[in-house]
Design a protein around this ligand. Structure first.
Ligand code: NAD
Length: 475
């Protein structure tokens, strides 16, 4: 039975987008030396002009963070820092709808996801690390762990606010101050977060937000006044940052790309596995570092599973991110859309079979229909490279050993999924997978108490959980 869905748009009147924004330095919005336009990827409408930082503004932001660290935040008792973090977490909850609508407008992700996943996790992250702020001596990093100082943090566009929370909450809980650079296509929710810092009376300079493209990020991470660099983004840029930081006293954590295997054994419940596959690759348009972008399915059930998957994909609703029934929103930028198209064309040229769910894509904006490639081999580029879009590469296997060998045959090592009825098989396979996170009979589940991070070219260091404190402490 097919359901007809009436439009169910979330109102955008809850959020007041200003025509222009400054940089957030030392507790105030100030002018920058350039500007960029933030665009709604679903409509190509310009949402706001955003000031960008050059070297003078980066100097000012780092100096503000240094002063705040030395005079206020670094020596403040943990129980007092916790009060600020709890206050920020509560304001995030109070302003959750506003944040969710803004995130969907600026990023293109469905409101269902920003409202039900991103923003609740952002608040949960601040609550979680607020709880640690006065308990650091009991975290297992020595009796008197000390903060590092000023942290330079650079984040990508796929989860703008959530990546901000992953960076800022543990840094502040440990007594560091921060200068954060959001991605150039999604600056707006970080600027609303800056307003939340003002509302929470956070001391000036503890959080500074500077916008700009890669050159601004480079100025920030290479600045001699920072003690710690935390980066989430592509492996290429991560590599360049690692080179720039090598030989300095800065400590570094890198959260980079992935090409996760989602492995389905022949005893898996097919309907549940299909839901997990859909969530694994089509959640957030596939703009997910830990997306289950390689489906490894046991040969004996491949036909049945793929038929069920295709049927399920025809029901995915692609379109207006602010519609509460939308499953798949807009691709974040035209550059990302070009990359997805290019790799998909290469997949077809290399001999894999392409199938896209039938759907009507809007005329304006950046869109890509959910797509799967079957007949993919390990040599194909779509099996090796991160597409970072709603595109799934399907490979088959016969034995558990073959599944493990194929799953590990990647330069990345961020995440993996296992679908089987047997608990013993889950444990045995998980043990041999070279991935930082392994989900069993589920996928893309996040919790602030659980550490997240990669092996190999997916980076080093962990975010989340007790482990996430380690990156922000001298011990
Ligand atoms: P990107 O590396 O192009 O950009 C990430 C950020 O780095 C942006 O803010 C950008 O302006 C900045 N930047 C670019 N060049 C820089 C330089 N030379 N020095 C300092 N900063 C610089 O990545 P992207 O396209 O924005 O994001 C997608 C990538 O992020 C994917 O590879 C994805 O897997 C990865 N990612 C990883 C995680 C994780 O936790 N492992 C989470 C989300 C995204």
């Amino acid at each position: 039975m097919a359901f007809e869905y009436a439009p169910a748009p979330e109102s955008r009147s809850i959020v007041d987008i200003r025509s222009s924004y400054g940089l957030f330095i030392n507790g105030a919005f100030v002018d920058g030396s350039g500007s960029l336009k933030s665009v709604n990827p679903a409509t190509e409408e310009t949402l706001a002009d955003v000031a960008t930082a050059g070297s003078g503004e980066i100097d000012a932001a780092v100096a503000a963070a240094r002063t705040a660290y030395e005079k206020v935040w670094g020596k403040m008792p943990g129980r007092d820092r916790a009060k600020y973090l709890f206050r920020i977490a509560r304001i995030i909850q109070e302003r959750a709808r506003e944040l969710a609508v803004l995130e969907s407008l600026d990023n293109g992700k469905p409101i269902r996801e920003s409202r039900d996943v991103d923003v609740p996790l952002v608040a949960a992250h601040f609550f979680y690390y607020a709880g640690w702020a006065d308990k650091l001596p009991y975290a297992g990093f020595g009796p008197q762990p000390r903060p590092l100082g000023v942290a330079a943090q650079v984040i990508p566009w796929n989860f703008p606010l959530l990546m901000l929370a992953w960076k800022i909450a543990p840094a502040l809980a440990c007594g560091n101050t921060v200068v954060l650079k959001p991605a150039e296509t999604t600056p707006l929710s970080a600027l609303l977060f800056a307003e939340i810092c003002q509302q929470a009376d956070l001391p000036p300079g503890v959080v500074n937000i500077v916008n700009g493209a890669g050159d601004t990020g480079k100025l920030l991470v290479e600045h001699s006044g920072v003690d710690k660099v935390a980066f989430t983004g592509s492996t290429d840029v991560g590599r360049a940052i690692a080179r720039a930081v090598a030989g300095t006293k800065k400590s570094l954590t890198l959260e980079l790309g992935g090409k996760a295997a989602n492995i389905v054994f022949d005893d898996a419940p097919i309907d549940q596995a299909v839901e997990g596959i859909v969530n694994g690759i089509f959640f957030n348009q596939g703009h997910v570092c830990c997306a289950g972008s390689r489906l490894l399915v046991q040969e004996s059930i491949a036909e049945e599973l793929l038929a069920t998957l295709k049927r399920r994909m025809t029901l995915l609703r692609v379109g207006d991110p602010l519609d509460k029934n939308t499953d798949i929103g807009a691709i974040n930028s035209s550059a990302q859309l070009d990359k997805i198209r290019e790799l998909s064309e290469i997949g077809a040229e290399e001999g894999a079979e392409r199938w896209s769910a039938p759907c009507v894509l809007p005329d304006r904006g950046f869109w890509f229909a959910p797509t799967i490639f079957t007949g993919v081999t390990q040599a194909h580029r779509i099996a090796r490279e991160e597409i970072f879009g709603p595109v799934l590469s399907v490979l088959t296997f016969r034995t558990p050993d073959e599944a493990i060998e194929k799953a590990n045959n990647t330069p990345y090592g961020l995440s993996a999924g296992i679908w089987t009825e047997k608990g013993s098989r889950i444990l045995a396979v998980a043990d041999r997978l070279r991935a930082g996170v392994v989900w069993a009979n589920t996928f893309n589940k996040f919790d602030p108490a659980s550490p997240f991070g990669g092996y190999k070219e997916s980076g080093y260091g962990r975010e989340g959980g007790r482990h996430g404190l380690e990156a922000y402490l001298v011990h």
